[in-house]
Design a protein around this ligand. Sequence first.
Ligand SMILES: [Zn+2]
Length: 456
Amino acid sequence: MKLFYGLVIHSKSIDDLRFLPNTALVVDHGKIVFIEDNADVDKIQQQHQISAENVIVLKENEFLMPGMIDTHIHAPQYVNAGFGLDLPLLGWLNKYTFPTESRFSDLNFADEVYTRVVANTLSNGTTTAMYFATIHKESALLLGDIAHQIGQRAFVGKVSMDQNSPDYYIEEKSSAIKEIEDFIVTLQSKKYPNVQPVITPRFAITCSMDLMKNLSQLAAKYDVNIQTHVSENPAECEVAVSLHEGCRDYVDIYAQANLLTAKTILAHGIYLSDKELEVLHKYQTSISHCPNSNCSIRSGMCDVRRLMTQGLHVGLGTDVSGGFSPSILDAMRFAITVSNLLSLSKSEDYKPLNYKDVFFMSTLGGAQALGIGDKIGNFEVGKDFDALVINLAQTDGNLELWLNESIENRLSKWIHLGDDRSISRVYVHGVEVKEGASNVLRVKRLGGKRKSTEIN
Ligand SMILES: [Zn+2]
């Protein structure tokens, strides 16, 4: 049992961000069993019979917040993060993405990349990641092993794609179905408490209707989440609808494939019509908003307010490497910027996203979008303890503190100016994982296997 005591910040809903001073929070076997603000810490320590070494008192400039959730990230594309941003989606896939992803049949290469992406995102405060891997079953399983070992909560998707893909990176339909079922069964059999398989048709262009229908049956059979892309780029929307005869629009393709469920998350959703939003709402399907990617490969600007007004859950995604940064803090900033830009062409009562909104989206909103809002996302009794200790008094970096600042302003500063150096501790399911993840990353970056593994 552990007792945390200090300032706690979390969201109860998008309109209800709580700053809770002098809060005692007790964690037992990874779960929150008690929380009280303005608490008498000594009394609570005695009540729960917690030994002194298990009491963690936060310092004056520290606060505790829920772990951040990346609802859309391509682990293999981590190799490409920060370059290859000169082409829009379809050209970008062919020139940069498919060639890189095809290399993940090599397990040594996969080990090198996946270890770094898990360790680095965890160090950056991503306690939960919704990963796309590649079409390769063995390396996708390895990603699950690595997430488990380093301690990240992860959904791992072996990508399925059986059409309109290069010859060197495509599956044949019948083997694609067999491989994904093997993948699910094998990963589930490992019984990792925080790692789950997720059905991952790449998107409607590279998947036949028959494959997608089979995938939706498997999702139901094994009760797993589903992730794919929707309505990211105008050219993509046009091609997708033209390929699937009898489908009214992009969302209708997935509806006809039975892929829309309350456990489905679709990345982007920039160009969805009102009718499509209505359908997504009916199925309780969520959207992952990936603003860095949308800007970097010039896909467009997603009006998150509109999606939320329609009742959709919207989480944040880095979408590495369409997005160049693996940090959810970066996604929060891009979300604010895109929303500000959109507001310029809206009426005066349009409310662009602010730091409180994106804080929600990166925590509870992300959890709700992944269908696990009852398990993580904020600090409530019965939820798993996924948390970050933020130290605002770090001496490196751009974040400056001044006397007598409000905590609201300091949170806003951290969201706009903080980085991984201010995330001093990271907990997943009650286990502290930042130090281990940082060490793994340091060893990799200092050499490690680099000499024997050619990355580029
Ligand atoms: Zn993506």
